[in-house]
Structure formats: structure tokens, C-alpha cells
Design a protein around this ligand. Sequence first.
Ligand code: SF4
Length: 126
Amino acid sequence: MAHRIGGPNLYGQLIKGVEVMSDNHLSRRRFLRNLAVAAPASGLMMVGSASAQELPKLALTDPLAVGLQYVEDATTSSAPNYKAGQECDNCLQIQGNEGDAFRPCAIVPGKSVSAKGWCSVWVAKP
Ligand code: SF4
């Protein structure tokens, strides 16, 4: 006899889920194989065609942004290591085109950062 935990159908749902996973085993394998082929190809397409304007902006709530103490306006930073004049535009890690409001950053893959922004790993361009 099955023990019912959390509701009358939980055990049945678990069994059904296992059966569905078993039925879909081949299609899941096919999906994962196709994903393995498609992901690198799409990555290459991104490198070839994405401009900074097409990249989504790094959200201030993004864990990476929070960890880096990233701000879109450097002058608003309250980080102890921020110094006036530092901004993404004059950081070693900035990429993309000079003059763009948002540009790619080497340490923020797949997102763009504000040219007037700042984060705690700012390093001066040589
Ligand atoms: S590493 Fe540099 S360019 Fe990237 S977010 Fe930080 S300050 Fe801006």
C-alpha cells in the first residue's frame, strides 16, 4: 500500500512522472543532443552579429551587478573604492564602440553596461 504524503495523488503523480520520463527518454536525449549542437552555433552568431545596442542592459538587480556594486551612473556610487572620474568608458574592460551609451564589458558576458556606469573592479585603461 502506498503512503500518501502531501495529498491523495502525489504517489500516482510520481509514478506517472517516472513513466513519462521513461517514454520521453529518447526524445529528451535527442533534444539535449540538438541543444549541444545549437548552443555553440548560436554563440558564434552572437559574436558575429550582436552589437552593444542589441545586448540587454545589465539590470541593477542582476546578482552579478549587485556583487560588483554596479551602477549606471558612476557619480551616484557610494562604494568606498569609487573615485571621481572613474567610469565604464575609461575602464580597461569596456568593449564595443566609443560613444555608445551602452557597451559590452569583458566581465559581464551577454549584457551591456552603461558607458557612464561603474563597478568595483574598474581598472584604468593603459
Ligand atoms: S569592469 Fe569596467 S566596464 Fe565593466 S562594468 Fe565594471 S567598471 Fe564598467
